[in-house]
Design a protein around this ligand. Structure first.
Ligand SMILES: Cc1cc2nc3c(=O)[nH]c(=O)nc-3n(C[C@H](O)[C@H](O)[C@H](O)COP(=O)(O)OP(=O)(O)OC[C@H]3O[C@@H](n4cnc5c(N)ncnc54)[C@H](O)[C@@H]3O)c2cc1C
Length: 318
């Protein structure tokens, strides 16, 4: 019976409304109804009607495990994979717009994404394994708001705007404001992430990304990202330094950015960046590492990410 239900969830079923409530004890998730929706308005109607009883299904790579462990027991699962308005990648001269249903593998492989936001193409291969990246979506990762996840941290580093929509209102939320706490985003139960907008990467910019995990493909134990905009004389005009897996959300290190802005990079400046990161963070130990390891490693990774970003700009600025 579970196979049948899974086929409805992940296959191309014609059925649009399936009750899984009759399934037997061998099924791991609690009983739920399934609605395969192709229309945004219908999704909003369902979310408004069911409130916290409903869950949106995108790639299912986080939701389904949570349901299988019965940590989440929605009475209704609304599959949004057929909603065409949530798809699409569009690049203008200044902005990359990614639909919520953009799969991780698209971030990893699309040349237009690599050109407009190369940091996304660089972090995507670190998300789980190929099977997960084939199903997992940008909107799902951002809504899930895991502080160890790559895409939320990348959105903060890239100054992305998260496009949020409900039945009666559309909101634009800066990525830094969107992630509130562990697995908590600025998203009401009747709202969807419909996409993101990211400033197109400029020729005077460089990025760095460093991550430590127990095995390649595991969630990060600690990570750091840096984005630098550099002037013609090599001075840092603007910087973003963000650490991941060191707190309840991606953490932007403003004090490290203050060290960088208006300066040319040198070993001394990089040392100051590491010190600023170590001072700013107050990580909590988890199953993967102690608080002290996380702080020290984040400082080292941030220094290396900034150096990497700086090296990327060398030769591009004259
Ligand atoms: C073994 C394994 C390893 C993984 N490793 C990593 C990793 O290293 N790094 C990493 O970042 N992730 C990792 N993931 C998670 C993966 O990135 C998921 O794809 C992602 O977290 C959720 O995306 P999804 O599309 O699968 O969302 P779903 O699982 O479908 O949904 C996740 C949550 O978001 C909600 N949601 C989904 N889409 C929207 C939307 N558009 N608007 C509002 N709410 C929405 C759902 O209701 C649900 O609450 C891993 C997953 C697995 C199973």
């Amino acid at each position: 019976m579970f196979t049948e239900c899974s086929e409805q969830l992940f296959g191309s079923s014609e059925h649009s409304h399936i009750s899984c409530g009759v399934l037997g004890e061998s099924v791991k998730p609690a009983a739920f109804e399934y609605r395969n929706s192709r229309d945004e308005d219908e999704v909003f109607d369902l979310l408004t009607k069911y409130g916290s009883e409903a869950k949106v299904l995108a790639g299912g790579q986080s939701l389904i495990p949570l349901m299988n462990f019965r940590l989440v027991k929605p009475s209704l699962v609304v599959d949004i994979n057929g909603v065409s308005s949530l798809r699409g990648v569009k690049v203008s001269s200044s902005t990359l717009r990614l639909g919520a249903l953009t799969r991780h593998v698209e971030l990893e492989t699309r040349p237009d994404v690599a050109q407009a936001a190369p940091l996304l193409s660089a972090v995507a291969p670190y998300i789980g394994h190929p099977q997960i990246r084939t199903r997992g979506t940008l909107g799902g990762s951002l809504s899930h708001a895991d502080p160890s996840a790559e895409l939320p941290a990348a959105m903060v580093a890239l100054d992305a705007t998260i496009l949020v929509k409900g039945a009666s209102e559309e909101r634009r939320v800066q990525a830094e404001e969107f992630f509130k706490f562990h697995l908590t985003a600025d998203l009401a139960v009747d709202e969807l992430v419909v996409g993101v907008e990211i400033p197109v990467f400029g020729p005077n910019q460089g990025f760095g990304f460093r991550e430590v995990s127990a095995r390649f493909g595991d969630f990060a134990t600690v990570g750091a990202l840096a984005v630098l905009s550099v002037g013609p004389d090599g001075t840092v005009e603007r910087s973003r330094v963000v650490c991941m897996a060191v707190g309840p959300k991606p953490i932007r290190i403003g004090s490290a950015e203050s060290v960088l802005n208006g300066k040319q990079i040198s070993p001394a400046i990089l040392g100051e960046v590491a010190e600023a990161v170590a001072e700013a963070l107050d990580p909590i130990a988890d199953l993967k590492a102690s608080a002290s390891y996380k702080r020290r490693t984040a400082a080292t990774l941030a220094r290396r990410a900034v150096e990497e970003a700086w090296e990327m700009t060398a030769g591009r600025v004259s």
